[in-house]
Design a binder for this molecule. Structure first.
Ligand code: FES
Length: 280
């Protein structure tokens, strides 16, 4: 399966479909409160993976009843399928909110993932229709086919997260110094100018406002953008890649699509040097 996912990453013809979705996506997921809601700013965690558990669980429950329960349990299978179909709408919407910020291989795999999910949904809808006609054998066949397609597209969803880093906090593996660590001569940090420094090999963004020195990770938690290349304004920094906005001192997400806050550091001046250590 991994080999197939890797091949999908290279399918450049998918970029045409991606161009169409680039136009439609932002209309369905407008920047601001709706996108923040769907990407998980309120949760501190992406929303889409959580919702997929609900949808997949409902459909798998329906398939299990279809296969093992037979006609006797078809009413319960029908309810689970209907709930699965209903839950797939917010799940797909949250997925689209993540998808609109993808590029290149991520976008190609995301496109196939979306097409796979739409196909699975179609099969579960057909299963429902067949059950209504009391054609239980056909209903079970559509259910099993839907579950098979869903498993394949679910694998691609995992590939997007685990191999391509979509929805992953890009500061997760940063090495933070345990002790106070000198990073810069204090005189070299002007007022209200973002300065990138290295603390034990981790890029940190420094910002001085008045007496206060603020320090947060320079790598955007969303998709790894370099915050020092963004814009600082009113105590916040805007990421140059997808315009997430963070508090320069606390790292708090002010505006998505980022859902995880930036790691932040305590800063002090000692013997003319700015020193950092992670906030407890
Ligand atoms: S990388 Fe996407 S907002 Fe920073």
């Amino acid at each position: 399966m991994l080999g197939i996912a890797k091949e999908i990453e290279k399918l450049e013809f998918l970029d045409k479909a991606a161009k169409v979705s680039s136009k439609i996506g932002p209309k369905l997921v407008p920047e601001g409160q709706i996108k923040d809601l769907l990407t998980g700013k309120w949760l501190g965690h992406p929303v889409h993976p959580m919702l997929t558990d609900v949808t997949i669980g409902l459909f798998i429950g329906a398939v299990t009843l279809d296969v093992l329960g037979g006609k006797k349990h078809s009413r319960s299978a029908q309810r689970l399928t209907l709930l699965g179909i209903a839950s797939s709408l917010p799940t797909a919407w949250a997925g689209l909110a993540d998808y609109v910020d993808t590029i290149g291989p991520q976008r190609r795999v995301g496109t196939v993932h979306a097409v796979g999910n739409a196909t699975a949904l179609n099969l579960f809808c057909r299963s429902c229709a067949a059950r209504r006609r009391q054609d239980y054998l056909r209903a079970a066949a559509y259910s099993v086919a839907g579950a098979g397609v869903m498993a394949g597209s679910g694998y691609l969803g995992g590939h997007l997260a685990h191999h391509l880093g979509v929805g992953v906090d890009h500061t997760a593996f940063e090495q933070w110094p345990d002790e106070w660590t000198p990073v810069l001569d204090s005189k070299k940090l002007p007022q209200k100018t973002m300065t990138k420094v290295s603390a034990n090999g981790t890029d940190v963004l420094l910002y001085r406002q008045g007496e206060e020195i603020c320090a947060i990770s320079n790598t955007c938690t969303h998709r790894g953008g370099a915050l020092d290349e963004g814009d600082a304004e009113a105590g916040t920094v805007t990421c140059p890649l997808h315009a997430s906005k963070f508090d320069l001192c606390t790292g708090k997400v002010i505006q998505g699509p980022a859902s995880s806050p930036q790691p932040s550091y305590e800063a002090r001046v000692n013997a003319g040097k700015i020193e950092l250590k992670p906030k407890q």
